[in-house]
Design a protein around this ligand. Sequence first.
Ligand code: PGA
Length: 250
Amino acid sequence: METEVEPTLKIVPDHEAMSELAADIVAETLTSDPEAAISLPTGSTPVGMFESLIRRSRAGKIDLTRFHLFCLDEYLGVSVDNPNTLTAWLFRTFVNPAGIPIDHVHTLPVTAEDPAAAAASYEREIVAAGGLRLAVLGIGGNGHIAYNEPGSGADTRTRVLDLTQESIDQAAGYFDGATVPRQAMSVGVATLLDAEKIVLIVSGEGKQEILRAALRDPMSADVPASWLRLRPERVTVIADEAAAGLLDNR
Ligand code: PGA
């Protein structure tokens, strides 16, 4: 009987081990292609990975000055000068301390007059950079990858979409009392599936159930992360033991 090909699953003891393994994969990509186009996520999950990459860069082990960083998502209509944006967070947490040249950071065109046309041009920007060599992703509590909320199909491209209340509530922590925008621009699921390599990092007990659904339930737009199983040979899931608690070991 033919067995279904599944994403590579690496279960590691804790957040730190997850961060190191994810940083290893970013480092390998940079070694094989120093000018690679790479997308990296925001949120609490990747913070340890960013710290590890900064340490490696300061120790002279990796060069972070040549690759192209493609942002995954941003709130619609919000200027990058706004400290609450995902882009501003990424600059504070990674881009500035890592010394990544600003012109190597590709941000979502969320203030464009014609967001649909600008989103299409962001897709072309990725292609012009040679396509994503690596996409590192987190998973939202509702199964989103980037800001592809439930309902996002596997064929979606960079576009504007409505955020769920759950995502708005999650984002409120970053908005310091200010109103969270109700729409975002996100790279699409199909855009992510085109990446040569995809790494999903997942940490903590709070992600147990959504990770189980993403990897074990039938693929569905209800859990956009489940679409990653359409390209199992490209995908590595790195989960800490707490997040992997509901996965049977098959
Ligand atoms: P988190 O966010 O890392 O803060 O849990 C993940 C996400 O929503 O993609």
